[in-house]
Design a protein around this ligand. Structure first.
Ligand code: FMN
Length: 147
């Protein structure tokens, strides 16, 4: 049995997690806000998180830190959801322990801006940083399907 555990604020990471699930059999999908199962019981573990201002989700970070020993014994695939690939290398170095970086597969799967779900300040940031003013999706389906 495999596991996908993900966090999502606006729905993009949830959508990618569901796409990964749809591609596989014997795989369980868990939102980080639900009760988490015992990681020991899974072979492959997929971890999905969005990137906001260069940071991964806090609860995902906590999950990784608290279960690092177990995760280092598993096949771990981390999928990062974000719209700015330029900063990706720094984001990976800043957010994941070296031991896990070296042992896991970390991919960038693109992301989306769901404008109707952003608050006023988030819209301002997105407009300023990305010059985007309406909903846009940019998922990397080839990467998602390769997981
Ligand atoms: C306020 C704000 C800040 C963001 N900062 C980053 C960032 O630093 N790097 C990045 O790659 N994407 C950034 N994004 C894009 C999000 O990662 C993208 O919208 C993602 O799909 C969100 O995932 P979610 O819908 O699962 O929450 C930002 C988006 C917002 C609204």
């Amino acid at each position: 049995m495999d596991l996908i555990v993900y966090a999502s604020k606006k729905g993009a990471t949830r959508k990618v997690a569901q796409m990964i699930k749809d591609n596989k059999e014997n795989i369980q999908l868990v939102d980080i806000n639900e009760k988490l199962p015992n990681l020991n019981e899974y072979e492959n573990i997929y971890i999905g998180t969005p990137i906001y201002i260069g940071m991964i989700n806090k609860k995902i970070k906590k999950l990784i830190n608290e279960n690092l020993e177990i995760l280092l014994t598993k096949k771990v695939n981390i999928f990062l959801v974000g719209m700015n690939e330029k900063e990706l290398e720094n984001t990976i170095i800043n957010n994941f322990p070296k031991s896990l970086r070296e042992k896991s597969i970390i991919v960038h799967v693109g992301g989306a801006y769901y404008f109707n779900k952003l608050n006023f300040f988030q819209k301002l940031i997105v407009k300023k940083v990305a010059n985007i003013t309406k909903t846009s999706e940019a998922y990397k389906l080839d990467v998602i399907n390769s997981l």
